[in-house]
Structures are given as structure tokens and as C-alpha cells.
Design a protein around this ligand. Structure first.
Ligand code: COA
Ligand code: ZN
Length: 321
């Protein structure tokens, strides 16, 4: 007989916040332009499923990411249900000004923990990005926009390999000094493992006590949800995920999709966490997204349905000998 449970019981009413990043991380890697009205329809379907935190676009150079050149139009067209926290990714002051002008609640700044990826992604060094963020954060604080400090390649870099947790913690500390209320650790090319998740979370807590931590996993090596379980065990309650498992950074070799929102909702709801998300409606939103994207998405639950989905025995072959 198995003895003690390997997973700690979930306290009554424990909440996990899921930030939907499909409209940003998911769409940015799609080559074919998704019409603005389709983007808006997907965002609204995701809100209708119960999601309340959403990274709806990026305010980046339209030459770097043409797919998200319609950021202002998307912001202007989407629903804003009560309690919605609308965020957007920004790389610089110009992006921050555009985002604040479009009425976001929070921005997700981006710097990479590895120098090579930062140079590829935003065409400047880590130090230059962090210096730029001084004016960015001052402006955002004045405008009343919350700052989530994004740290890409936080668990490894496709160009440099290992990224030491101390480097991630150092950037997190700098973000805290600049006024960020939380940091989001981006696993840009799915290099995180349960042990590296523990190491990074613990390093940040030691270096920057009081700073919120969100985790952003890609499922490139199939261990994204295992990393979420590790994060939960560490007490982290904020996770990014992407509808259908879309996603990937165009400026990181080998990037593939985020952990899939409906798969994450399934795991968390079935584990006793309150996510506020209705799985059936989430699957509908994923099917809508799949139709718009025009190819099968990597998510699992979109294919299999909820756990207690029932099949008609009359429609299944019987193995008669
Ligand atoms: N929004 C719109 N346009 C922007 C912009 C922004 N946030 N930031 C810069 N630009 C424009 C400038 O106005 C300038 O335009 P011009 O040539 O017509 O005058 C041009 O882009 C170049 O500006 P510069 O500051 O020299 O930028 P750069 O060429 O060094 O590129 C970034 C730097 C950060 C703008 C670019 O690398 C970028 O957008 N990266 C984002 C990558 C990304 O989204 N990755 C995926 C998410 S992790
Ligand atoms: Zn990502």
C-alpha cells in the first residue's frame, strides 16, 4: 500500500490566478496575420470563460512583430468585464507610453536574464534595458499603471545554456527597486524543470522579499505542468498559460507553445483550486481559436474533453473474440 500522499492537500478556497497570454505570446509567433476582429472575438471568448487576467497584446516595434501592429485597435475593441486586469508586454519607453495611452491596467516589461537573448529580442544589453526601465517605471507609476517585471530566459537560454538563479534574482531585485510589484519568470524555450523552478523562486525570495512571483512556462519538453506543481508546492499562485497551447518567441531558437490554458484549468480545477474558469467554456474558446488559426493546436483537453465526458457504448466497437 502506498503510504503518505505525495501531494499536500489543497486548502479550502485556495485560489490560483491564471493569466491568459495567448493573444500576446500565442499570436506573436503566427506568421499569417490574424484579423483584428478575430483577435477581439478570441479575447472576448476567453473573458466569457471566466479568465480575468489577460496579456492582450504587445506594444513593440511593428517591424519586429508585425502580427501585433494592431495593439491599439485590439485594446479599443475588447470587453472589459468587471475585475479584468488587462496587461500588455512592452520593451521600452515608447511601448510604455503606447500601452498607458491605450488604457492597460498593467504592463509586463521584458528583459532577458541572458545577454544574448536580450540582444536578439530587444537589440540592447541587459544593463541598457534596465537603465531604460528607470524612466519607463517613473512614467508608469505616475500614470497609475501597475508594473510586472518580466524576466525572459529565466530558466535557461537557447544560446547560452545555463542561467544562474542568482542572475534572475539580481534582475528581480532591480525591478523591485524600480517599483514593480511582481516579476514574471519566463521560460522562453521550455528549459525549466522542477528543480530549477525551486532554485529560481527561492533565490528571488531571498534577494527581494515581498516581491510577487508569477511563472510563465512553455511546454517545449513536456514538463510544463510538472513545473506548475512545483510552483504550487513553493506557494506561487500566479501562472501564465496560452489558449490551445499556442505560443513562442520569434527571437529564440527552438521556441514552442506555452502551457495550455485549458489543460492547466483542468489540472487546477480537478486538484481543488479555484481558478474562476469554466472548463467547458474554455474548451469552446480554444476551439474558436483553433478555427481561426487553422491548424490543430497542441492542447490535450481540447481533444479529450473533461475527465467525466461520457461516450455512448453503442458507438464503440466491442472486442468480440
Ligand atoms: N512601438 C512602436 N514602435 C517602436 C517601439 C515601440 N515600442 N519602439 C521603437 N519603435 C520604432 C521607433 O520609433 C523607430 O521607428 P522609425 O525607424 O520609424 O523612427 C524604430 O522602431 C527603431 O527604434 P529603436 O529604438 O532604434 O529600436 P530597435 O530597432 O533597436 O528595436 C525594439 C528595439 C525593442 C523596439 C525591438 O527590438 C522590439 O520591438 N522588440 C520586441 C521583441 C518582442 O516582442 N519579442 C517577443 C516578446 S518576448
Ligand atoms: Zn513566453
Amino acid at each position: 500500500m502506498a503510504s503518505a500522499a505525495a501531494v499536500a492537500p489543497v486548502p479550502e478556497g485556495a485560489r490560483v490566478t491564471i493569466c491568459e497570454v495567448g493573444p500576446r505570446d500565442g499570436f506573436q509567433i503566427e506568421a499569417a496575420f490574424i484579423p483584428t476582429d478575430k483577435k477581439i472575438e478570441i479575447v472576448n471568448a476567453l473573458f466569457a470563460a471566466g479568465l480575468r487576467h489577460m496579456q492582450v497584446t504587445s506594444f513593440v516595434s511593428p517591424r519586429a512583430v508585425p502580427q501585433l501592429a494592431d495593439a491599439e485597435a485590439v485594446l479599443a475593441g475588447i470587453d472589459r468585464p468587471e475585475g479584468a486586469v488587462i496587461t500588455a508586454l512592452i520593451p521600452n519607453l515608447r511601448g510604455a507610453e503606447r500601452a498607458a495611452g491605450a488604457g492597460v491596467d498593467a504592463v509586463h516589461t521584458v528583459v532577458s536574464a541572458s545577454q544574448t537573448h536580450n540582444l536578439k529580442n530587444v537589440n540592447r544589453t541587459i544593463d541598457a534595458s534596465l537603465r531604460d526601465f528607470e524612466a519607463v517605471c517613473e512614467m508608469l507609476i505616475r500614470a497609475g499603471v501597475k508594473i510586472e517585471g518580466g524576466i525572459a530566459t529565466a530558466f535557461g537560454c537557447p544560446f547560452e545554456g545555463v542561467v544562474p538563479p542568482e542572475q534572475v534574482a539580481k534582475i528581480a531585485k532591480r525591478y523591485q527597486e524600480l517599483g514593480a510589484t511582481s516579476v514574471g519568470l519566463g521560460d522562453t524555450t521550455g528549459m525549466a524543470t522542477p528543480s530549477t523552478v525551486c532554485a529560481a523562486v527561492q533565490a528571488i525570495r531571498a534577494e527581494a522579499p515581498g516581491l510577487g512571483i508569477g511563472l510563465h512556462f512553455h511546454n517545449t519538453r513536456g514538463v510544463g505542468l510538472a513545473c506548475v506543481m512545483t510552483g504550487l508546492a513553493e506557494g506561487v499562485t500566479h501562472y501564465d498559460a496560452s489558449v490551445g497551447g499556442l505560443g513562442g518567441c520569434p527571437f529564440a531558437a527552438g521556441a514552442t507553445g506555452n502551457i495550455c490554458t485549458e489543460d492547466l484549468v483542468y489540472l487546477l480545477n480537478e486538484s481543488g483550486y479555484d481558478t474562476g474558469v469554466d472548463l467547458e467554456k474554455m474548451i469552446e474558446a480554444a476551439k474558436l481559436t483553433q478555427g481561426v488559426i487553422g491548424r490543430e493546436l497542441p492542447g490535450q483537453v481540447i481533444k479529450s474533453g473533461p475527465r467525466l465526458r461520457r461516450y455512448d457504448p453503442g458507438l464503440t466497437a466491442t472486442a468480440a473474440g
